[in-house]
Design a protein around this ligand. Structure first.
Ligand code: FRU
Length: 492
């Protein structure tokens, strides 16, 4: 088992140039070959941002998890590194699942879930690996440091994972997620003075049967004066327009005192189809940056079923900002350094006679598109994205209903729901500001990320166009003033 890292690295070396380039993204992180899911251990260490991820190098399908690894100086341009963790110990031989990083002086510590089988039963426990160079990791000799024997009696040993580690004063804390024997998702807090010997403290949230059958991938941090918790929640009860996917990314804002999180407000963090397992780090200049897996578990992945040899990507990293009790998201400002070939139009009048209007120079396979539309005289405005004669995705604002809708039904390759029916569109209420709709849209080959009203809401989805025209067009009812249409190619 000892050589699993070398074996994986060798495989990647020999096979990375065999992946089918058709849907490879240009400014998003993807695995060099094989499978990627959750971001792990996102951190800033010795002058670079490190991002690890759930990885199976040998196939574009989920399997025994490794930790893939990439670094970047500016959160945009990534460099692939060697595999950081492979399932090469008895206690993690069923996989090295998700976790987080903690930097202490020269040392980069990774806390991850080690999965094993005891007497035929799966056990998930927590383990520690550390490194002095940020590339080669040593697994601690006392692993698993949080064994399943430290679980409260009412928790399944098979669902106890995704440690989020942090330090307050001289005490280390670890939030882990778990499923209890009544199929309710729980968030458990452990504490330790030395990172090796842990004890159970409390549930940090009240038990709530309506809050999913399993929580995954917790993150916890302070933003301004508030405490923020992230979870990715399985089977969260649908609520009108929210939580439509089988697994939903959630944020909670409140206060954290005496080992208990008091939630004041919580919501879905992204209203698209493909955003999960979000995790953050602090930049050297103090910004809170989030990444996430740009994919959902409950849908088929074209690059996998078409045999392209790779599957999964991360979102464009986003800064998160609190305005009052609302969480805003902005693409990291470093993306601006990669803008090229700018095209701008101002104050264009669009009406029903314009039909479906495209504008010279406004299209692109890897681009940023910024639009401000004044809808004072209009009830409905649509942007057609990734458009050709036969294919397109539609983003429509219906002013009478106050609803924005993203529809990928005719986007290209089929993205079938795996477990249950889900519609090909998502829609939700959104307020205009002085009748204006403000959009910032990032397209990259097979992804669409939309920031609405300065990042008050976002919609992230994968779309695999077969025709690859990557056109853009506008249509409306009544008259819309396109105050601004601005496009850049994004080139690395
Ligand atoms: C979330 C998740 C985690 C787990 C990992 C396994 O997407 O299910 O809870 O650690 O993926 O790959």
């Amino acid at each position: 088992m000892a050589d699993l890292i070398n074996k994986g690295n060798q495989y990647i070396k020999e096979n990375a140039d065999k992946v089918n380039p058709e849907y490879r993204l240009t400014y998003h992180l993807m695995p060099p070959v094989g499978w990627m899911n959750d971001p792990n251990g996102f951190c800033y260490y010795k002058g670079e941002y490190h991002l690890f991820y759930q990885h199976y190098p040998y196939e574009a399908k989920w399997n025994t998890m490794h930790w893939g690894h990439a670094v970047t100086e500016d959160l945009i341009k990534w460099k692939d590194l060697e595999i950081a963790l492979a399932p090469d110990k008895e206690y993690d031989k069923e996989g090295c699942f998700s976790g987080t990083a903690l930097i202490e002086e020269e040392r980069l510590n990774l806390f991850y879930t080690c999965v094993n089988k005891r007497k035929g039963e799966y056990a998930q426990e927590q383990a520690l690996a550390y490194s002095e160079d940020g590339i080669h990791f040593v697994k601690h000799k006392n692993n698993p440091i949080i064994p399943s024997s430290l679980l409260p009696d009412d928790i399944y040993t098979g669902d106890f994972r995704d440690p989020k580690i942090f330090k307050e004063g001289d005490t280390y804390y670890c939030i882990t997620v778990a499923k209890d024997k009544e199929d309710t998702g729980r968030a458990l807090l452990y504490q330790s003075k030395d990172k090796i010997n842990w004890s159970f403290v409390s549930d940090i949230l009240p038990k709530n049967k309506d809050f999913g059958t399993m929580l995954e991938c917790p993150d916890y941090f302070k933003l301004d004066e508030k405490a923020v918790l992230f979870f990715s929640v399985i089977d969260l009860k649908k609520d009108g327009y929210r939580f439509i996917n089988r697994q939903s990314p959630v944020y909670m804002i409140g206060s954290y005192k005496e080992h208990f999180f008091d939630c004041e407000i919580w919501d879905e963090i992204d209203m698209g189809f493909d955003f999960y397992a979000h995790q953050t780090t602090l930049t050297k200049d103090g910004r809170r940056i989030m990444t996430a897996w740009m994919q959902a578990w409950d849908e088929a992945m074209p690059t996998s079923y078409l045999g392209h040899g790779w599957a999964g990507a991360m979102i464009l990293p986003r800064e998160i900002i609190l305005k009052g009790n609302l969480l805003y998201q902005q693409p990291v400002r470093e993306i601006k350094n990669y803008r090229q070939n700018g095209q701008t139009y101002q104050n264009l009048l669009l009406n029903e006679k314009s039909g479906i209007l495209s504008l010279e120079g406004i299209y692109g396979k890897s681009m940023e598109l910024n639009v401000i539309a004044d809808m004072k005289q209009s009830d409905s405005f649509t942007i057609h994205l990734m458009k050709t004669e036969e294919e397109e995705c539609l983003l429509t604002y219906n002013k009478k209903k106050g609803i924005i809708r993203f529809d990928r039904e005719h986007g290209g390759e089929k993205i079938e729901s795996v477990h249950f029916e889900k519609p090909s569109y998502r829609e939700f209420p959104l307020e205009l500001e002085n009748n204006k709709l403000k959009l910032q849209i990032f397209i990259d080959t097979c992804s669409i990320e939309i920031f609405l009203q300065d990042g008050l809401r976002t919609i992230t989805s994968v779309v695999y166009p077969k025709k690859k025209g990557y056109g853009v067009a506008f249509s409306c009812e009544g008259g819309v003033v396109l105050e601004q249409v601005e496009k850049w190619d994004i080139k690395l």
